[in-house]
Design a protein around this ligand. Sequence first.
Ligand SMILES: *Cc1c(COP(=O)(O)O)cnc(C)c1O
Length: 394
Amino acid sequence: MGPANPQGAVIPSHSTLPLRCWAEIDLAAIERNLRLIRGSLPAHIRYVAVVKADAYGHGLQHVAGRLMHAGADLFAVANLTEAAQLRELGPGWPILLLSPLLPDEDRFAAEYGLAVTVSTEDEVSRMDAAGKAARRPVSVHLKVDTGMGRLGVWYEEAPALLRRISGAEHLRLAGVFTHFASPDDDAAFTEEQRRRFLGVLATCGLDRPAPGGLFIHADNSAGLETMPGASPFNAVRVGLLQFGILPHPSSFLAQVRTEPVFSFRTRVGIVKRLPSGTTVSYGRTRTLTRDTRTAVLCAGYGDGIPRSVSNKASVLINGTRCPVLGRVTMDQTIVDVTDVGDVASGDEAVLVGRQGGGEISIGEFSRWADTIPWETLCSVTKRVPRVYRTALGT
Ligand SMILES: *Cc1c(COP(=O)(O)O)cnc(C)c1O
């Protein structure tokens, strides 16, 4: 329709059009969450704010600004693109890169002033060379594999690699850390990982309060319950929890009343009646067993409603749960509104979040999708605008 515009009317930009499907982000809640988490930790524990994957889909630059303001000590991201986005916000922000650099990315560590996670001799040599080339030392955090089997030097080989780092002229050791494989459901293995890590620290003389501002860290949101008082740990890496999502209810931080930051909303496209016996949506996986009033919502898997919630999820309309009928499609999802009062085109439907007296948590939505909140947040697509609420309520 673009060219047929004889009056020269301005076609509204994306940002001025009414919302069809959006994620609402409460930035004030993020700040309150960080302060609550901080307040529940011993005073010497530093806060590593994990903001990879566009701050878990919340929007890196918006979120990081708030976390900075609320007192994060270090930002952790996955790659150079994310680090560069943070650098646009503030040149002095300390940033830790959690993923390995590729050889053709090495020089950017010094250029952006990043701390780099290293696991191998190869990486140590390359970062040393990068520091030499840039004429300033590159900061590194040595990652120790205590049983995750992903990044990190195997713990038995860690002391040797740590000695190499200490002896490298163009490296500055800024931290030592490990990562737990099953902090939420295997306390015995987590304890074993912690024991291995403490063993490495003891061998290297790092088992006392760390010298020179070295970051010693192991725990993520789910692993804080066993944080011992007099241990060498002096930092935590917090991702999910700062977004108000509890990884598991028995964790140390379950007592911290963080609040949800994210909600996922769409609107009713049309409302119509279908007779009993009709099948609904692709593949005809649902047959109506009564005369049904349906609402066709303006969102589908193209927005991040996983197809796996077909026939399982409910949404809130007028504060009432309305079950999804049949398969989720790319742009539309059909729900049963027979038992809800007045429903009309344009009404809001909540996929995750609160409405009226109702609430659908991201945990519940993720279980319908047979996944975890981390993945649900990362699955909200580019098509979905993030709408920021910034009022500092109480
Ligand atoms: C993503 C990530 C975290 C954050 O985990 P949450 O469970 O979201 O708190 C911590 N550490 C590492 C190494 C990570 O990759």
